[in-house]
Design a binder for this molecule. Sequence first.
Ligand SMILES: [Zn+2]
Length: 254
Amino acid sequence: MSPANPSTREMERINWMEFRELVPGRITTVLLPLGTLEPHGVIPNGTDIIAPVAIARAIAPVVNAMIAPVVPYGFTGILDAYPGSFTVPEPVYREYVRAVLVGLAGNQFKNIVLLNGHGGGQTAILSALAQEVGRETHTRILVINWWSYCSDVVREVYGEDGGHAGNTETAVVLAVEPELVKKDRYTGPEMATAIPAPNTWSAYPFPSSILLYKEGEGLPVFDEARAKDYFDKVNRKIAALINETTAKWDLAGL
Ligand SMILES: [Zn+2]
């Protein structure tokens, strides 16, 4: 495969003739970011959109991929009562994302990488869809929930576990659009709640928009240098997973 040198890697910014020259001859992988709108403490409601888009832009040249337009609306759970939030009913979301995946397969991508920015029920929907659509279209589909996959990176850089709208997501927004982090609005740990252990309690709406995976850990940290270090390490780890996975698919002859 000759090295690709596209004028852009973003599918909405390229014309059909250049696309035809690149895919599938020189580029066989596409990155599809998926997010949702939900509250995130003092960082944007669209952090789940901003983060996977930023990761996609950072790693696309490293994994020689195109970047598909983000699927911004998602399947939001216990936080959708907060102002500016949004959820799409599950069957609608599932069928819409399925159509997007089938469309990417139809555009002759061999590898489809879902960069998911949102947890809750969305992760289960996406991993089920990956299997169904991969089987139906004979494409190879990898789903990455970046914050979970990089839970060792947050321990390495911050010395503790992460949290929704806490250290990890704040770091990504600080690394790419620091002006969107409203540090002055952060008053302290009372803005956060630890995720309850299974079968202990649940609440709708959830009482805080900052959710800690472990009590007392994962609160937002407003340090740009550390944020950039974390973001770089996340990008490296995710790019490595994509390259290793595609190499193993090739090795297995899939
Ligand atoms: Zn988030």
